[in-house]
Design a binder for this molecule. Structure first.
Ligand code: ATP
Ligand code: MG
Length: 331
């Protein structure tokens, strides 16, 4: 065994999130869990947007390890990095898993790294070295691959005047890895975020932004519910047209795919518990979810207004205090 084992280990072990994609794929013992495989074709939403991500994977799959070039990327091209941004629960993480499976299933030499803050250490400058190792592992001309950064604004947050030197070095290492001078066309980064404005601007400028919301029309929501209920008895009571009409008449724009998952899980649970399922149970469950979302949004609005009023009162008290202290300078 080498004495430097541990420092020179395979960079995949440096990122805590590396197994994320794989664990997400394993068939869960919890049967209530979503069984829809994470494949591009099962992701509901804008086909055109999804195609942009699939195209990156297809481009990387063209890489020729013998020639160490990619026939569809120019010699001095930049990696076709992407940042997928949009509201929570629309399937951004699912897109990353689909991209992982897509390239793994097509090429044995593909490497996928799930990048999270696991590469950071408390040792000064080691975080930068770890990130450099991850990129040099990806650059290795023997194969092709993807760096997947879920919620990557937490990894590459926007630098401010308060950022420390280590954070800046990490960003510099990322920038170099994302646009290296010696790029062979064998890897790319796909990041996701709910907060694109929190992303470091220079990192962002090396990515193509793809807005992703997931399902948006009543038809897509019903299609998703139908997928989620595949193989259950509840499915027999899923009256698609009635649900579509129900959704069209309500605040369905507030729903995300994750909310539909909740509706499906709750219905499956009711079935397991032996409750009587009918068409109206399905409709009621959907309505409950919508109502609680509308309520949560209204509550958040009331809280915002209350906070604003509180801040105004604090400000007013501080202003009065300042006024008093200037009229009575001896105080
Ligand atoms: N567009 C979609 N098509 C099909 N299923 C979806 C879609 N979006 C989400 N789902 C389902 O909802 C679950 C949660 O979605 P996911 O975690 O990918 O959302 P997200 O956009 O990453 O959310 P967050 O921003 O909160 O991380 C997925 O595992 C999947 O079952
Ligand atoms: Mg996510």
């Amino acid at each position: 065994m080498h004495s430097n084992q541990g420092t020179e280990q395979d960079p995949v072990h440096m990122t805590a999130g590396i197994t994320k994609g794989t664990t997400a794929r394993t068939t869960s013992a919890v049967a209530l869990k979503d069984k829809v495989p994470k494949e591009f074709k099962n992701i509901i939403g804008s086909h055109a947007q999804l195609l942009k991500i699939q195209e990156v994977c297809d481009t990387l799959l063209q890489y020729d390890p013998q020639a160490q070039t990619n026939p569809i990327l120019d010699r001095y091209a930049n990696p076709p990095n992407i940042v997928v941004y949009g509201p929570p629960g629309g399937g951004k993480t699912m897109i990353l898993s689909a991209a992982e499976d897509y390239i793994r299933n097509r090429r044995a030499d593909s490497r996928v790294i799930w990048l999270d803050n696991g590469f950071r250490t408390h040792m000064y400058s080691d975080s930068t070295k770890n990130l450099e190792k991850i990129f040099s592992y990806m650059k290795d001309p023997q194969g092709t691959g993807l760096i997947l950064g879920d919620d990557a604004d937490t990894v590459f947050s926007r630098r401010t005047a308060m950022s420390n030197e280590e954070d800046s070095r990490v960003i510099t290492a990322a920038l170099h890895g994302m646009q290296p001078p010696d790029y062979r066309g064998n890897y790319a980064c796909i990041f996701t975020t709910n907060y694109i404005e929190k992303f470091d601007h220079a990192v962002l400028s090396r990515c193509r932004p793809v807005f992703w919301k997931g399902p948006v029309t009543p038809e897509q929501f019903v299609q998703l519910l139908s997928h989620q209920l595949e193989g259950t008895k509840v499915k027999d009571y899923l009256e698609e047209q009635a649900l579509m009409d129900q959704l069209s008449g309500t605040e369905y724009r507030m729903l995300s795919a994750r909310d539909i998952n909740r509706v499906a899980t709750s219905l499956k649970l009711q079935e397991r518990l032996g409750k009587k399922i009918s068409r109206s149970t399905v409709e009621a469950e959907l309505q409950n979810t919508l109502d609680s979302l509308v309520k949560a949004k209204q509550d958040a609005f009331v809280r915002d207004v209350e906070n604003e009023l509180y801040n105004m009162r604090v400000y007013e008290a501080a202003r009065k205090e300042l006024e008093n202290s200037t009229t009575h300078p001896h105080l």
